[in-house]
Design a protein around this ligand. Structure first.
Ligand SMILES: [Fe+2]
Ligand SMILES: [Fe+2]
Length: 277
């Protein structure tokens, strides 16, 4: 694999203390309480890989939120709406830390190579500012973030141990605001969007939807081992997760976008319609 290793660091000292003050809930979690001594080696590795992957996804989402924030400011979106979105990159950095620390609790992160220049697909720079903002809002928020609320909530429900429960609970809490943001933006921007603009946004949504379905296809091919009695690493069963994912795509993404006049190509994307069999 080529690219750069996904690694994280902290400066520490007064900088870390200021960060901790902003988000005291991170240190308040029951770190150091998971006993993994009786967890089979391969389950442990799978869990370390899953949490490292989650940290990387949160990192990517941090870039997506920052790209969106810039586009919103350039488009002179309503100031209060921009102010809400300004919190999102910090939330995502907290989520990166939480997931990375979960991997550390289980023995350490696993190796992820990535291309930092290709983390997210930016808006087409040729488009006018409002449409640029709408494009990234639709792809990152109306698709990605809107889906993460029900999926994270489902994963949180499945968690048994207090530590992953606290970590997922915190992420779910933050994501509630992220997941509704895209549609709030569209409700404001709607009157400024032409038929042609909406068609462009529909194509953007198709790209986002196809991207999510590719990820689900990978999950389907590499299912997690089923949870057992007293499983400290309990996770949502793969079939249940994928069924929830497909249902949420209909209810939280395709439905609300269609209601707002954004045309979705239902047949687009690999595995569409047959992800859950
Ligand atoms: Fe997040
Ligand atoms: Fe988020």
């Amino acid at each position: 694999m080529t690219g750069e290793l996904f690694e994280l660091e902290m400066i520490g000292g007064s900088i870390e203390r200021r960060y901790r003050k902003m988000r005291p809930e991170v240190e308040a979690m029951p770190w150091g309480t998971i006993d993994v001594s009786r967890v089979p080696e391969e389950n442990l590795i799978a869990a370390r890989r899953a949490w490292t992957g989650a940290a990387f996804q949160e990192h990517r989402t941090g870039v997506a939120c920052s790209a969106t924030l810039r586009a919103l400011i350039e488009a002179r979106a309503p100031l209060d709406l921009i102010a809400l979105a300004a919190r999102f990159p910090l939330d995502e950095m907290v989520h990166v830390e939480l997931c990375a620390r979960m991997a550390m609790e289980l023995g350490g992160g696993t190796e992820i190579m990535h291309d930092p220049n290709a983390l997210v697909l930016d808006a087409d720079p040729e488009l006018p500012p409002l449409l640029r903002a709408a494009e990234v809002v639709v792809r990152f928020f109306c698709v990605g973030e809107a889906l993460s609320i029900p999926l994270l909530r489902g994963t949180w429900h499945a968690a048994r141990h207090p530590l992953p429960k606290a970590v997922l609970g915190r992420i779910v809490k933050d994501e509630a605001a992220h997941g509704t943001f895209g549609f709030t933006f569209l409700d404001w921007a709607g009157e400024h969007l032409s038929e042609e603009d909406r068609a462009h946004l529909g194509r953007s949504a198709d790209i986002g939807i196809a991207f999510m379905r590719r990820q689900w296809e990978d999950i389907r091919k590499n299912p997690r081992a089923p949870a057992h009695e007293g499983d400290a690493l309990a996770w949502m069963a793969t079939d249940a997760y994928l069924a929830l994912a497909e249902r949420s795509m209909e209810e939280k993404v395709i439905g609300p976008l269609t209601e707002r006049g954004i045309p979705i190509t239902r047949s687009s994307g690999p595995g569409s319609g047959n992800v859950i069999g």
